[in-house]
Design a protein. Structure first.
Lengths: 114, 117
């Protein structure tokens, strides 16, 4: 089975722009979660989607949003980019919703905001 | 509040020596516990997990971890470290569905492991 894939792997944007990141989960997995990883804050939960519905959201501003499609693929969008949004964005998929299931991570998208 | 603490930010061990990485958690019920490893510039790879049952769990690459409820700990161990084990290790607790907290994983700050030849 193919693993979680994320595109693009690297992105460079300037302040004020917006960006869309994509995640394709493992085949058969219906839950997709997003995490932000920075040296200062570590790994922080952004949101989780299951069956096209946002199930849970972390403590991030409204500039961070996401969605999930009927094929379970997910996108996250960050609008009005700030320097502090520079991070590795990780996507994880699991068969079911909820923290009780193992989450499998993709390689991440490295976003740099200049 | 739910939290995970990895007290050691950086550990250096000699190749062939044993390893123990510490993890303490704070959670209101029996947690689901995970250890992940991350190589530079890569995503997270699952090493092992504890859901229930036997408190000593075996993982990939020769790692094991022991869940100790009385100490709220889930320490990761390996009897003999290889140079390829150098990476960053993350302990995480998973929120249970019954609390309707979705797929949230709460991570510790990570422990960076260096291996001396």
């Amino acid at each position: 089975k193919a693993g979680v894939t994320q595109t693009p792997r690297y992105l460079i944007k300037t302040r004020g722009q917006q960006v869309t990141l994509s995640c394709s989960p493992i085949s058969g997995h219906r839950s997709v979660s997003w995490y932000q990883q920075t040296p200062g804050q570590g790994l922080q939960f952004l949101f989780e989607y299951f069956s096209e519905t946002q199930r849970n959201k972390g403590n991030f501003p409204g500039r961070f949003s996401g969605r999930q499609f009927s094929n379970s693929r997910s996108e996250m969008n960050v609008s009005t980019l700030e320097l502090g949004d520079s991070a590795l964005y990780l996507c994880a998929s699991s068969p079911t919703a909820g923290g009780s299931d193992t989450q499998y991570f993709g390689p991440g998208t490295r976003l740099t905001v200049l | 509040a739910q939290s995970v603490t990895q007290p050691d930010i950086h550990i250096t061990v000699s190749e062939g020596a044993s390893l123990e990485l510490r993890c303490n958690y704070s959670y209101g019920a029996t947690p689901y516990l995970f250890w992940y490893v991350q190589s530079p510039g890569q995503g997270l790879q699952l090493l092992l997990k504890y859901f229930s049952g036997d408190t000593l769990v075996q993982g990939i690459k020769g790692f094991e971890a022991e869940f100790k409820r009385s100490q709220s700990s889930f320490n990761l161990r390996k009897p003999s470290v290889h140079w390829s084990d150098a990476a960053e290790y993350f302990c995480a607790v998973g929120a249970r569905v019954i609390y309707n907290q979705g797929g949230k994983l709460i991570f510790g700050q990570g422990t960076e492991l260096s291996v001396k030849p």
